[in-house]
Design a protein around this ligand. Structure first.
Ligand code: IPM
Ligand code: MN
Length: 402
């Protein structure tokens, strides 16, 4: 039996509701894989700040360091000025725990939920590796003559060779391991003949950001040529990247980009995979404490209504288990999510799912506890061999339709 200590931070708005469902699914899956999860809850967020003035106490940051992972709901409160909680909680945790990667998979599970015409699951299956500790996010900059007609505001993009290199290396390694050696289907015959197995696209703006992306581009090609000859190196300007996300998302395997561009393109990525209700991400420190979260916000207007989609949080839990090395458990959760999305959900949008927040959690939990998810053949349980595999046990609870 393997045991993991997990810090849980529900946060603001609908955060606690979706995290509850993620925990429900994790607990349903854990015993099947001989895993035990021990949760410690942290009451951090807008309500605590409004009550006590505390944002993220140093003692909590120190405690976080002792966990391999944090499961986060959402940060953002309508009564708190934008920036205070985001910088004070989310960005501070990302920075202080050196979670230098923000990993955001973009996978379409069901074409019904894709806003793009004629795009199917096989067309939308890529991962964005977003640099998570530098760029425009460090807070470097300032005002001169603030409040006067001569006011100047400077916001600096910080790109260190060390920060860029570690992000690029992570992305190359990730691209190499993503399909366990099987080549990516989008490669051209000449790439395959040249021994390429995967593609890494650098998304930047070398035509305008001629310092920052000059560094990125040089490091990308130097590292790639020397250490990753099996990875095809590709480049796209970030504006063109957004165009291809809509027109030809099948052109992407793994994308690496800076913090700001990664923030922007992953919201678009979330929409083409079915919306914020399904998009998850991981803030990763490969040697320290990582934090997993649904990438949508706190959606305050839906708080405690039981209408928010918990699948993104459930997928964040799945990413967490994968990162902790429990790959089979992670795969079983993903298979259960896919089945629920394809066979049950009317929509992935809040209030339109055909089920309540906790019913969606129940559906996935029942599937993962009773389904035939323990497949070791790497097809994620979705391959032909499994198409007719009956569930081993009936679902625990039948979720009533609303
Ligand atoms: C995200 C969010 C955050 C970011 C905000 C809330 C600070 O948009 O995780 O993408 O910009 O990184
Ligand atoms: Mn964002």
């Amino acid at each position: 039996m393997k045991s993991y200590n997990i810090a849980v931070m529900g946060g603001d708005g609908t955060g606690p509701e979706v995290v509850r469902e993620a925990v429900k699914v994790l607990d349903a899956a854990a015993p099947k894989f001989n895993v035990k999860l021990n949760y410690t809850s942290y009451d951090i967020g807008g309500n605590r700040y409004l009550k006590t003035g505390e944002i993220l106490p140093d003692s909590v940051v120190a405690e976080f360091r002792k966990f391999p992972a944090i499961l986060l709901g959402a940060i953002g409160h309508p009564d708190v000025k934008p920036g205070i909680l985001e910088k004070g909680i989310l960005l501070r945790t990302r920075f202080e725990l050196e979670q230098y990667i923000n990993l955001r998979p973009v996978r379409l599970y069901d074409e019904r939920f894709c806003p793009l015409k004629d795009k199917k699951p096989e067309h939308i299956d890529f991962v964005v590796v977003r640099e998570n500790n530098e760029g425009l996010y460090t807070g470097a900059g300032g005002f001169v003559f603030k409040g006067t007609p001569n006011e100047v505001a400077v916001q600096e993009s910080i790109n260190t060779r060390r920060g860029v290199e570690r992000c690029l290396r992570f992305a190359f390694e990730f691209a190499r391991k993503r399909r366990e050696g099987k080549p990516w289907g989008g490669l051209k015959p000449e790439d395959v003949a040249a021994g390429r197995k995967a593609q890494l696209t650098l998304s930047g703006k070398t035509n305008v950001l001629t310092y920052a992306f000059d560094l990125w581009e040089r490091a990308f090609h130097e590292i790639g040529a020397k250490q990753y000859p099996d990875i095809k190196r590709d480049y796209a300007h970030v504006d063109a990247t957004t165009m291809w996300f809509v027109k030809n998302p099948e052109w992407f395997d793994v994308i690496v980009t800076d913090n700001m561009f990664g923030d922007i393109i992953t919201d678009l990525g979330a929409m083409i995979q079915g919306g914020m209700g399904i998009a998850a991400g991981g803030n990763i420190n490969p040697e320290g404490t990582s934090m997993f979260e649904p990438i949508g916000g706190s959606a305050p207007k839906y708080t405690n209504m039981g209408v928010i989609n918990p699948l993104a949080a459930i997928c964040a839990g799945q990413m967490m288990m994968d990162f902790l090395g429990e790959r089979e458990m992670a795969q079983a959760i993903e298979t259960a999510v896919i089945k629920t999305v394809r066979e049950k959900m009317k929509s992935l949008a809040a209030g339109k799912m055909g089920y309540s927040t906790s019913q969606v959690g129940d559906l996935v939990a029942a599937e993962v506890a009773g389904g035939s998810a323990q497949c070791g053949c790497c097809c994620g349980g979705m391959g032909k061999a499994h198409a007719k595999a009956p569930a081993k046990a009936p679902a625990k609870k039948k979720a009533a339709k609303k």
